[in-house]
Design a protein around this ligand. Structure first.
Ligand code: UDP
Length: 458
């Protein structure tokens, strides 16, 4: 990436930071990117992680990796229900984490530990840090606007907006959270909705008790939400993102990336390909999968489609594809199990991204000036999609049921229409603003300097 801001190795500060992530791809990537940024500024890094979804430590020889037992049963150690998984980890990790952190703190042979940087969702770490008298800063890996929507859950429940009723007016504006609509409330399907409300409540409250919040976001994108949240929480905020501009997420990938798609992209015309990927968790039915396939085929646009094994319910991989599909699209489509996404988005052949709007994917697309076709599945993805389509106006939403005709026209709108061209222009302008924020004196650069000073003050 030409505009990538290289991390330089600064002076050694003689201070150690302990980082602890939620073991999901969309949380591991930014936590390791943050670790890389802070290491480049002279901090030593100890990365504590669960055995479940443990990162590949060989890609980070300069960090100390410490696995802890996560105590998950086979049934719990699954990404089918990420809310239940996160809630279980907040119970089962307490003792292993406390014990390991206490040992690290008493180890005289290492540099002193300045503070703990924990994922917001691992809310139990606040009381552990308090009991060991260690300051705790949190990393929130979603956007600021999504955090505010989650934090509003108690009031949205009180007012009867959630659970979202079957007859709710989905297009109605959500009071106090413009531009969100009722259908954008970031609920997540889980066995027991109370588990979600409790998880979000505790995460928000324990973030309030922390010494500050680091955001993989920036003033230019989320100024209003940041201003509101600064008033609501009254703790320091460090919007230093996008982390993607400092370092790639490839080295923290939990799945093997199929690089053959880059050679395929090399053969395509500039800006002609739509890249299709729904991240590491979202799943669809076989019927929806077949609609997506025909929507792609009928659009006549070249496509690079990531079908993650397990992402089509009831299928191993692409078994549900109609038998004549591959013949129909022969040469015009490339399907892989997992891609080097940041490289794909930076490739000159890619002209659009059909995304589920996970926050990392959204930022990666913005960083490369690629306009989006938005199809959020759950949680913060809905909030992100609303900002992409209605606030930054660098994408269009694919609303209603997944149906081949609507998909075909959505893709053509993005890739060949006037609307798509206008979005592409805005996306390029937005990318320039992001680049400026990271330059010396830009808002993210200033926030990073403030964070470094803060971390050095402990
Ligand atoms: N990703 C990837 N290869 C793929 C699809 C996704 O490397 O084929 C990465 C992507 O670059 C992003 C992360 O996986 O950094 C997904 O995070 P996101 O927040 O977008 O979505 P989630 O997986 O949490 O739903």
């Amino acid at each position: 990436m030409e505009s990538e801001r290289k991390v330089e190795v600064g002076e050694k500060r003689g201070v150690r930071l302990v980082l602890f992530t939620l073991p999901l791809q969309g949380h591991i990537n930014p936590m390791l990117q943050l670790a890389t940024i802070l290491h480049s500024r002279g901090f030593s890094i100890t990365f504590v992680h669960t055995h479940f979804n443990s990162p590949n430590s060989s890609n980070y020889p300069h960090f100390t990796f410490i696995p802890i037992s996560d105590g998950l049963s086979d049934a719990q150690a699954s990404m089918e229900d990420v809310v239940a998984l996160s809630a279980a980890l907040n119970v089962s990790c307490v003792e292993p984490f406390r014990e390991r952190l206490a040992r690290l703190l008493s180890d005289q042979s290492e540099e002193p530990i300045a503070c703990l940087i924990s994922d917001v969702i691992m809310h139990f770490t606040q009381s552990v840090a308090d009991s060991l008298k260690l300051p705790r800063i949190v990393l929130r890996t979603s956007g600021v606007s999504a955090f505010r929507a989650f934090a509003a859950f108690p009031i949205l429940r009180q007012k009867g907006f959630i659970p979202i009723a079957a007859d709710a007016e989905l297009e109605a504006p959500l009071p106090d959270l413009p531009p969100l609509r009722v259908k954008d409330i970031p609920v997540v399907d889980t066995q027991n909705a109370e588990t979600l409300y409790e998880l979000m409540d505790k995460s928000t409250n324990q973030a309030k008790s922390s010494s500050g919040i680091i955001w993989n976001s920036l003033e230019h994108l989320e100024h209003e939400s940041l201003t509101a949240l600064r008033q609501e929480l009254g703790i320091p905020m460090y919007p230093i993102g996008p982390f993607q501009k400092y370092c790639s997420s490839s080295s923290s990938s939990l799945l093997a990336q199929d690089r053959s798609c880059i050679a395929w992209l090399d053969k395509q015309a500039p800006k002609s390909v739509i890249y299709v990927s729904y991240g590491s968790i979202a799943a669809m039915t076989e019927t929806e999968f077949v609609e997506v396939a025909w929507g792609l085929a009928n659009s006549n646009c070249p496509f690079l489609w990531v079908v993650r094994p397990g992402s089509v319910r009831g299928s191993e991989w692409i078994d549900a594809l109609p038998h004549d599909f591959l013949e129909t699209v022969s040469g015009r489509g490339c399907i892989v199990k997992w891609a080097p996404q940041d490289e794909v988005l930076a490739h000159p052949a890619v002209g659009g991204f059909w995304t589920h709007n996970g926050w990392n994917s959204t930022l990666e697309s913005i960083c490369e000036g690629v306009p989006m076709l938005c199809r959020p599945y759950f949680g913060d993805q809905r909030v992100n999609a609303r900002y992409v389509s209605d606030v930054w106006r660098v994408g269009v939403q694919l609303e209603n049921e997944l149906e081949r005709g609507a998909i075909e026209s959505g893709i053509r709108r993005l890739m060949v229409g006037k609307v798509g061209e206008e979005m592409r222009m805005r996306a390029l302008k937005l990318k320039e603003q992001v680049d400026l924020s990271l330059e010396k004196g830009g808002s993210s650069d200033q926030s990073l300097e403030a964070l470094i000073a803060f971390l050095s003050s402990f």
